[in-house]
Design a protein around this ligand. Structure first.
Ligand code: NAD
Length: 372
């Protein structure tokens, strides 16, 4: 079976490391890699060739190819040949038309951000590996843009108080942001609507900010449920006070399959000390902060607001290594040793969550009904 890894223009990260090229080759794949795939990371064409891959100059998907792997969703429905498997993040909730087009093109599209958050799927969990690095990168970016240091310093020239960092949303990204800010010596506080998070925040040495929102809950997968407008208003009251006392605010709040909750207003940022930094890690899914846009930085009052875009690209080498390991684990899970091909069984416990199209149809229940 031939597997093809094209270059992508919208990220530095790649879905295949040379080491994993060797492992896929040993498994039985004919590997085809577009020239320059890993050049942004120092992975040269000859590194892939040394591991058994064939390097091609153009972007055309090779004839007879059975698997195409990308980091992000394909540029159009010519993603892979009819009957082939396409593996990538599809951003499916916002790319519903693409999902329909992939089904019509007879492609079996697997969307890696839909991989279930279960123990067996942990090593395939692209969302976690990339969110964790993005949380780290957000803190480093904030530290770099802030006009003060993170740790407390007592020096003959004077005493410097530790910076106050506030993290909103403590999933995978938020936890890594807390840990990173703590390592840099900041005073860290955090909030999440899922009560289960309080203990995790405390175990990292940070303070959990309590807000009495009544029933909040989480889904069976551990995702937050959307708050009511009344609950969000209550949350904003507490956030306003908290934000005004912080030097750095990093927001990571997401509600799976929906636009991100709007939590911080421009008025809250205007009340911050001049020189403060706010990073909205949810900018690409609608934004936790009023006015944030992915990849755009602006001043709101004295605060600098950064709308995050591809934060994992800031640490692209490690992000690509982890991503490549996630993809390898999923491909190994699907590999049928007897037929030496991928086995696409829609009832497989992992595929049931992340196979969106198969056999010319949209097969995932959440995407068969456009309103859910
Ligand atoms: P996510 O990216 O969906 O959301 C980030 C955080 O935002 C979540 O913690 C969520 O509770 C929070 N949030 C939502 N609305 C909010 C609001 N109004 N204010 C403040 N915070 C808000 O989350 P994630 O990082 O993808 O993690 C989702 C869940 O999956 C977590 O329970 C996590 O522990 C779990 N998880 C499990 C596994 C596994 O078992 N294999 C792996 C990774 C994550």
């Amino acid at each position: 079976m031939t597997a093809y890894f094209p270059r992508e223009s919208d990220t530095v990260r790649v879905a295949l490391s040379p080491d994993n090229a060797g492992k896929l080759h040993q498994l039985g794949f004919e590997l085809v890699v577009q020239s320059g795939l890993g050049e942004g990371l120092g992975w040269r064409d000859q590194d892939y060739m040394a591991k058994g891959a064939r390097v091609v100059a153009n972007a055309d998907v090779p004839d007879g190819c059975g698997l195409v792997v990308r980091v992000n969703h394909p540029p159009g429905d010519q993603a892979a040949p009819r009957g082939a498997v396409h593996l990538s993040s599809l951003d499916a909730f916002r790319e519903r038309e693409l999902v329909g087009a992939l089904a019509a093109a007879g492609i079996s599209a697997i969307s890696v951000e839909m991989i279930p958050r279960t123990t067996i799927a942990q090593k395939m969990d692209v969302l976690s590996s990339q969110a964790s690095l993005a949380g780290y990168a957000a803190v480093i970016l904030a530290a770099e843009r802030l006009d003060r240091v993170f740790p407390m310093m007592m020096t003959p020239s004077g005493t410097i108080a530790a910076a106050k960092v506030f993290i909103v949303g403590v999933g995978v990204a938020g936890l890594q942001a807390i840990a990173t800010a703590k390592r840099l010596g900041a005073k860290v506080e955090a909030f999440d609507t899922r009560p289960a998070v309080e203990e995790q925040v405390q175990s990292l040495g940070a303070k959990f900010v309590k807000v009495d929102l009544g029933e909040t809950g989480q889904t069976a997968q551990g995702y937050a449920k959307a708050l009511t407008e009344e609950q969000l208003a209550k949350q904003r009251d507490v956030m306003a006070r908290q934000v005004s006392q912080s030097d750095v605010v990093i927001t990571t709040a997401q509600v799976f399959g929906r636009p991100a909750p709007r939590i911080l207003t421009s008025a809250m940022l205007e009340a911050m000390r001049p020189g403060s930094v706010v990073i909205d890690m949810a900018a690409a899914t609608g934004g936790n902060v009023e006015g944030s846009e992915p990849g755009v930085e602006k001043r709101i009052g004295g605060a600098l607001l950064l709308g995050a875009k591809n934060l994992a690209d800031h640490v692209a080498l490690h992000a690509s290594q982890m991503l490549s390991n996630n993809y390898l684990a999923l491909i190994e899970h699907l590999w049928d040793k007897e037929t030496k091909a991928l086995k696409i069984d829609p009832s497989d416990e992992i595929l049931a969550g992340c196979l969106l199209t198969h056999g010319g149809e949209v097969v995932h229940p959440q995407f068969r009904q456009p309103t859910t």
